[in-house]
Ligand binder design. Structure first.
Ligand code: NAD
Length: 352
């Protein structure tokens, strides 16, 4: 057994079909009385349903969450919370809505109760991102970690199949990079393997029947595990590439993760053989990077950056950006090989 450090993170998780019924009890357990409900414009109806459930404990709905958390939006939401005397926020939605809650918590200390409806995993991490003057700044602060998370798979039954597959592979990316992280530990290793396996089982079943309750439950369970890994150990090349591609070339988050992951894993394969074997076993396959590629392709997800708006002419610049600031990665960052990785991801080739 290698030496390790394990830092448990506080945070209460309520999991299970129908667990939304415990919302009022959980708000009370936070010692809160006045909740501001957060959502994207697309999920306004869900936010109103939450406000109805909260009854007199809801003081308003702010439905303007968007990708990348513009600082202006965070300030507006915080100001509304202040005006309404809110003493907590309930974020229902994906990473963008949870991200808005985190930005509000960062300097107000407002407790956040998150109700995730995608598999992105932000609700389990102390990582926040805020965009100011076109630049996304990310950081880590334990104050932004939601105090309570309600995982109710019934709320994910309507997540479109395409988004379910890419969001699920986004989750797998956290666990896969966690397995070869410099600061992985036995607990996170177990969670990562279990998370990948749960997601690997769930996604093909969801592709067949979007409303398969058992598969939806498995997927959300996987999302919790994978998100916990993201929140506890450092990520590497894959996350750096996706951050660069998403932030500087405006590519969609979950799709970018889905396309890049098999190639980032193939890049690291020889330097992280145990992690690759764990990923393969978790997916019931023999080759980890190929198994992730097949999971995406066989379930209808995009596999080529060219198909989600990347321009071939920008690959060199993306490579330069990924090379900036060396960071821990199983294999050293080699410009030519990373440029080749990006080309293969652009073309949608199955990794060798
Ligand atoms: P998202 O939150 O941007 O959601 C995408 C769209 O799907 C939105 O319109 C949303 O309203 C809608 N949606 C969500 N759930 C739905 C459902 N069940 N049914 C129908 N529509 C639904 O997407 P995401 O992939 O969850 O989050 C991406 C963002 O989260 C990125 O900005 C990323 O950087 C961030 N993120 C942060 C962390 C972290 O630890 N800080 C982790 C993962 C992701």
């Amino acid at each position: 057994m290698k030496s390790f450090i394990y830092n448990g993170q506080a945070g209460r998780v309520i999991f299970g079909a129908g667990s939304l019924q415990h919302l009022v009890r959980e708000i009370d357990a936070l010692g809160a009385r006045k909740a501001l409900v957060l959502s994207t414009p697309e999920q306004r109806a869900s936010a109103e349903m939450i406000a109805d459930l909260l009854g007199s404990r809801a003081v308003g709905v702010f439905d303007r969450a968007v990708m990348h958390v513009p600082i202006e939006t965070a300030r507006e939401a915080r100001e509304l919370a202040r005006k309404l005397g809110a003493d907590c926020a309930v974020a229902i939605g994906g990473g963008s809505t949870t991200g808005l809650g985190k930005a509000m918590a960062l300097d107000s200390g407002l407790p956040i109760l998150a109700i995730p409806t995608t598999y992105a995993g932000s609700e389990m991490t102390p990582i926040y991102g805020i965009t100011e003057a076109g630049m996304k700044k990310t950081g880590k602060d334990v104050r932004v970690l939601p105090r309570t998370v309600i995982y109710d798979p019934e709320l994910t039954l309507g997540l479109p199949v395409g988004m379910s597959i890419t969001s699920g592979i986004n989750a797998i990316a956290h666990a896969a990079e966690g397995l070869y992280s410099v600061d992985c530990n036995p607990i996170m290793g177990l969670m990562a393997k279990e998370g990948i396996a749960a997601m690997g089982r769930a996604l093909p079943a969801i592709k067949k029947v979007a409303s398969d309750a058992a598969a939806r439950s498995d997927a959300l369970y996987g999302a919790w595990l994978c998100g916990t890994v993201l929140g506890n150990v450092g990520m590497a090349l894959h996350h750096k590439l996706c951050h660069t591609l998403g932030g500087s070339f405006n590519l969609p988050h979950a799709e970018t993760h889905t396309i890049v992951l098999p190639h980032a894993l193939a890049y690291n394969a020889a330097a992280a053989p145990e992690a690759m074997a764990d990923i393969a076993v978790a997916l019931g396959a023999v080759h980890g990077p190929q198994a992730v590629f097949d999971l995406a392709k066989n379930n209808g997800a995009p596999v080529a950056l060219r198909d989600i708006g990347m321009k071939e002419a920008d690959l060199d610049r993306a490579c330069d950006m990924a090379m900036q600031n060396q960071y821990p990665n199983p294999r050293p960052l080699e410009r030519r090989a990373i440029r080749q990785l990006l080309q293969q991801a652009f073309d949608g080739e199955r990794p060798g």
